[in-house]
Design a protein around this ligand. Sequence first.
Ligand code: R5P
Length: 311
Amino acid sequence: MKIVAGNSNLPLARAIAGYLEMPLTDASIRRFADEEVFVEIHENVRGEDVFVVQSTGYPSNDNLMELLICIDALRRASAKRITAVMPYFGYARQDRKPGPRTPISAKLVANLITTAGADRVLAVDLHAGQIQGFFDIPTDNLYGAPVMAADILSQGDSSNVMVVSPDVGGVVRARALAKRLSNAPLAIVDKRRDKPGVSEVMNIIGDVRGKDCILIDDIIDSGGTLCNAAQALIDGGAASVRAYLTHGVLSGKAVERVNASVLKELVITDSIQPTAETLASDRIRILSIAPLVGEAIHRIAEESSVSSLFD
Ligand code: R5P
């Protein structure tokens, strides 16, 4: 078995290799003068079970191209099985046609990964579980909820906690976390725009008064969804609001927005390599998913159950 790291998140790849007590495979991923990606694997991988760790976050297209070219290099080097390990699967939000003449880019990305030569995919908190069905190769979707639940429980008394989904689409994810917190109560922030051009109204489904709310979502990108939901909860009488999100995309002024928000704390994972600005924020804390991904890789290599990680 071998672990190959793309350039998108080397600290996470190293931590996964550390969990598995093995070195990263010696490889170089370079750019030609015109930014074309060039990959060279410096070790024999013939007949090996190879895991390529690459998140396809910013710059999404470059990181995706690195992943595809790594897979191609490994396939041509006769690796026995290639697993694309994507702690963050970019393009996942484009999983349906939002209107006529628009693409389903998540499906296109799935086709590209398969065509490049991947035999399996391992992802974490896919934006929509059904993206697994965009692949005709085995696809494991790991959940961040156990890591988050353990962290919440380690913070002390959780008897006043209420789990909140920042939108209707995230209810299943919120319910899964609530279940791990001794069936904590659940609330939903429902965004409605009654007429086009009229600003959105945030309705809260559930009584959040006096509660220590925990917002859970898969992605924070601009931070708009999260910070607006947090404000709505405080306006609705919540005692405090913290947030747990798997993928800290945090583009543009997102970190600034979080720092200026009513959020007591934002907890993200290291599925995407945090920027210096993220690391400098005293409002943002990072949990590592390296043990979770490392254990899943170990189980795939050993042909043992991955789903039992979440029992
Ligand atoms: C949307 O369905 C996702 O789950 C996130 O809520 C969304 O991507 C967050 O984006 P932003 O931070 O830009 O509001």
